[in-house]
Design a protein around this ligand. Structure first.
Ligand SMILES: *Cc1c(COP(=O)(O)O)cnc(C)c1O
Length: 422
């Protein structure tokens, strides 16, 4: 049977418009990036046609000779990249990777420590609206009120009191280096498993810009689409002793057939992340974040923890304008072609839907080739919009300057990034 000859103009016109949006605006969402054309080729390949339930050489269906080699190579590459003993490359997302680890290593009702959501933790670290908080007894640790860093004394006290089965480290909105060594010590003292969720910083670790948690943690989970710059998905690396339980938990415990086109894309990204150029990229992400944070600080914004050591910063808007909410700031910046997200600041008096802060990340603009000079320009553009979020003329002016700036840093070259169909 031939496929329909009438092109699906509805969807492909929309994709075209999304290409334009990505090309003409500043992408400052800390969890986003531009993946390589090679990764996109793998993800758009015929591998999407194949069912491969199971693992290499242990599949439920035939015809997996090639797929087995692809998944094996993906596992081998990621183990080499992080110095890990075992890997599972099948999680469809970072959330599924975490859930798979919980399913593998915990019983329902077990006690777990995780970073509180309003101090930068992730929904899958025990939020009551997430399955993690429904099925497991999560206790939250937080940041010190003084310098807004991980409060290791509190973490140790909570660990001694609650004797958790597992301690989860890692964050979704925390601008500082997370040192795995002292957390390992606390885990050893209370006999807890150590899960390090490196979703945001996997690329910084691969590029040696941040300490590698793999030698310290029992299990490390991460997403492949954030700083690691691969396809949208998740991954688990672990000590060999946990590998069988984790494999069983991901399939058949949690997921069905793996997305082998995405697994191939992950393999491509792991190879890219192992290059010296990727190390340069990881260091530039951090240098850009430091430059952007510095320039925003000079313009009257308070930075949570006083600055950044990674790919993101949290801006507390209240020193700049006590009445400006994260929600209004996000909307005005969106109108100006500057895409980022509102975010709670530690102990935010406003709700998570309103917030007093913004989260800003540099992975995508760094992929585009922007450097410290452009970061100062971006800080000024943000400041001009936020001085008066009702000034539509100024927002329009900034929008055209943003488009001009982005035109100088085309992501995929002229028309690339557009699908070849129709
Ligand atoms: C992004 C993120 C996740 C979830 O990743 P998804 O692919 O969106 O499911 C998990 N943990 C942390 C810390 C994250 O930042």
């Amino acid at each position: 049977m031939p496929w329909p000859t009438q092109p699906d103009t509805e969807i492909f016109d929309m994709i075209d418009r999304e290409v334009d949006r990505q090309n003409t605006g500043l992408q400052l969402i800390a969890s986003e990036n531009f993946t390589s054309p090679a990764v996109m080729d793998a993800v758009g390949s015929v591998l999407t046609n194949k069912y491969s339930e199971g693992y290499p050489t242990k599949r439920y269906y035939g015809g997996n000779q090639v797929v087995d080699q692809i998944e094996d190579l993906a596992r081998q590459r990621v183990c080499e990249l992080f110095g890990a003993e075992a890997a599972n490359v099948q999680p469809h997302s970072g959330a599924n990777a975490n859930l798979g680890v919980y399913l593998a290593l915990l019983e329902a009702g077990d006690t777990v420590l995780g970073l509180s959501l309003d101090h930068g933790g992730h929904l899958t670290h025990g939020s009551p609206v997430n399955i993690s908080g429904r099925f497991y007894d999560f206790v939250s640790y937080g940041l010190t009120p003084s310098d807004e860093r991980l409060d290791l004394d509190q973490l140790r006290d909570l660990a001694r009191t609650h004797r958790p089965k597992m301690i989860v480290a890692g964050a979704t909105a925390y601008p500082r280096i997370i040192d795995p060594a002292p957390i390992r010590e606390i885990c050893d003292e209370v006999g807890a498993l150590f899960l390090f969720d490196a979703a945001h910083i996997a690329g910084l670790i691969a590029g040696s810009a941040h300490p590698n948690p793999v030698p310290y943690a029992d299990v490390v989970t991460f997403t492949t689409h954030k700083t690691l710059r691969g396809p949208r998905g998740g991954c688990i690396v672990s000590r060999a002793e946990h590998a069988a339980a984790i494999d069983k938990a991901i399939f058949p415990g949690l997921q069905g057939g793996p997305l082998e086109h995405v697994v191939a894309g992950k393999a491509v990204a792991f190879r890219e992340a192992a290059t010296a150029e990727f190390g340069d990229y990881a260091r530039q992400i951090v240098a850009n974040a430091v430059a952007l944070a510095g320039a925003l600080g000079e313009r009257g914004f308070r930075l949570v923890s006083g600055g950044t050591e990674n790919h993101l910063m949290l801006i507390d808007l209240r020193t700049f304008d006590a009445d400006l909410t994260g929600k209004d700031a996000q909307n005005a910046l969106d109108d100006a072609g500057i895409t980022l997200n509102k975010n709670t600041v530690p102990d935010d008096p406003r709700s998570p839907f309103v917030t007093s802060g913004l989260r800003i990340g540099t992975p995508a603009v760094t992929t585009q080739g922007m450097g410290e000079t452009e970061m100062v320009t971006i800080a000024e553009l943000i400041t001009r919009v936020l001085r008066d979020v009702g000034d539509t003329a100024e927002i329009a002016a900034v929008r055209s300057e943003v488009a001009e700036l982005c035109a100088g840093f085309p992501v995929y070259g002229n028309d690339a990034g557009r699908p070849t169909t129709p």
